[in-house]
Design a protein around this ligand. Structure first.
Ligand code: NDP
Length: 445
């Protein structure tokens, strides 16, 4: 039986970072991957999604170009196969980069799903390995309710590989994936309906922003059905039929289910070890990503803390520093910036108005709403909304929220200021770059 200092289960962003850093500290490391190197982010998440987002945005860019004098032919068309081919090539390139990072850092890799045979013993394919330490970084998997036509309902794993664009699509849910794909599909010319059981999209985000995003999505032609519960989805003549509790059923060519993701623990055989898990299967860990079993650790979506790639990477790095580099540290989960890549994108760092209320923190709110200069000549002018939440007592900026073009790039930079504890006065003392949208953040009154 081959023995390793560390066996990493899952070669997603977090697992690869942990494996590489541990190996750099001199550990003998094995990493197991059952599917594709790079995990969800590279293969079925952030990367292909962002490429699709760019593709979708061209649709309105053509109109804007016309307003600046460009002659755009009346008949423009979009070729889905070209996008898929180019996307697949890029992902293959990234898969190879991930593999070569592991090779360069002398991490052994094995293609196959890992499962526990004992607390130190892992089976991968027909081989058995012993790990002095084991890191579970197996990520998450899409939830899919047991509809009658379950096999015909797509998840975000499938949507990146469909052979042709449907003429219409119904998207279930109103979280990150649902709203992002509603904007992508609508931008690519697919008649799009979002079906949600609740009353507002992206309910954990600042409501001023989500209200405006909802308006912008509707203005772009997306149909949003709130307070709508689904009884079942069945096959119909040409596509699928969604049976709704509150009214007539909906016939559609295609359904994308985006009803959350769950920790990916199904194949790990965790029954063999007495590891503590939450109700949804998430592996319970302490701030150093250690489970209740001394030599077993877990990072990333499988722990269901903050399910974002950069967080998993930081957890993996901190784990390797602590366990193999004698630098005890944990990854901070405070003030994590994030973007929902809708059209326009919604980006945020720090607390929302609702959270400030819950925490009993009195905040002053500064906000502004306008149309970006780029749309000066255009008929359709998308809006920008910016919001700063400032602690009344200390003047510290506690929350920065923006809906609008370039918000991911702007909020990423402003997250540095918030992390460094900048006050409103620091923002006021910063000179604007004119004319930009982001200058509004330093001129808010
Ligand atoms: P989310 O948890 O964001 O949203 C799930 C949605 O499905 C919610 O609207 C939820 O409704 C609804 N829902 C859940 N269960 C049911 C049910 N049984 N019946 C009806 N509706 C239901 O999950 P996503 O799948 O969109 O994304 C998963 C995670 O992936 C995100 O939380 C995020 O961490 C990550 N992600 C990040 C991205 C980014 O950074 N840009 C992009 C994509 C994903 P309700 O609110 O009522 O519970």
């Amino acid at each position: 039986m081959k023995e390793y200092d560390l066996i990493v289960i899952g070669a997603g962003s977090g697992g690869v970072r942990a494996a590489r850093i541990a190996a750099n500290y001199g550990a003998k490391v094995l990493i197991a991957e059952g599917l594709n190197y790079g995990g969800t982010c590279v293969n079925r998440g952030c990367v292909p999604k962002k490429l699709f987002t760019y593709a979708a945005q061209f649709n309105s860019d053509f109109d804007t170009a016309k307003s600046y004098g460009w002659e755009v032919p009346e008949q423009i068309s979009f070729n889905w196969q070209t996008l898929i081919k180019n996307k697949d090539q890029e992902i293959e390139r990234l898969n190879d980069i991930y593999k070569s990072i592991l090779e360069k850092n002398k991490v052994d890799r094995i293609d196959g799903y890992a499962s526990f045979k004992g607390s130190e013993i892992i089976q991968i394919n027909d081989e058995i390995f012993k790990g002095k330490k084991i890191l579970i970084a197996s990520g998450g998997a899409c939830n899919k309710p047991a509809y009658t036509a379950k096999d015909k309902v797509l998840t975000s794993d499938d949507i990146f590989h469909i052979k042709k664009l449907p003429k219409d699509i119904c998207i279930l849910g109103a979280g990150y994936i649902a709203v992002e794909f509603a904007c992508i599909m609508n931008g690519l010319g697919v008649k799009t309906t979002l079906i949600y059981r609740g009353e507002r999209i992206l309910k954990s985000f600042d409501q001023d922003l989500t209200n405006l995003l909802e308006d912008e999505m509707i203005k772009k032609g997306i149909n949003i059905k709130f307070n709508t519960n689904i009884e079942d989805i069945t096959e119909a003549n040409e596509g699928l039929e969604i049976k709704i509790q509150q009214g007539p059923s909906i016939k559609t060519a295609c359904v994308l289910s985006a009803l959350g993701r769950s920790p990916n623990v199904a194949q790990l055989n965790l029954d063999k070890i007495d590891i503590l898990q939450k109700k949804n299967g998430a592996i319970i860990v302490d701030e150093f990503s250690k489970t209740n079993i001394d030599h077993i650790y877990a990072i990333g979506d499988v722990t269901d803390r903050i399910n974002l790639t950069p967080v998993a990477i930081r957890e993996g790095h901190a784990f390797a520093d602590t366990e193999f580099g004698k630098i005890k540290r944990s990854a901070s989960h405070k003030n994590i910036p994030s973007t929902v890549f809708t059209d326009p994108p919604l980006s945020t760092v720090g607390i929302t108005t609702e959270e400030a209320l819950k925490l009993g923190i009195k905040v002053k709110t500064f906000k502004t709403q306008f149309s970006p200069m780029k749309y000066t000549f255009a008929d359709k002018k998308p809006k920008i909304l910016m919001k700063l939440l400032v602690d009344e007592k200390t003047d510290k900026v506690l929350g920065i929220h923006m809906l609008g073009q370039d918000s991911p790039e702007i909020i990423q930079s402003l997250a540095v200021a918030l992390t460094a504890g900048a006050t409103k006065k620091d923002f006021d003392n910063t000179t604007a770059i004119h004319p930009t949208s982001s200058e509004e953040f330093v001129t808010l009154k």
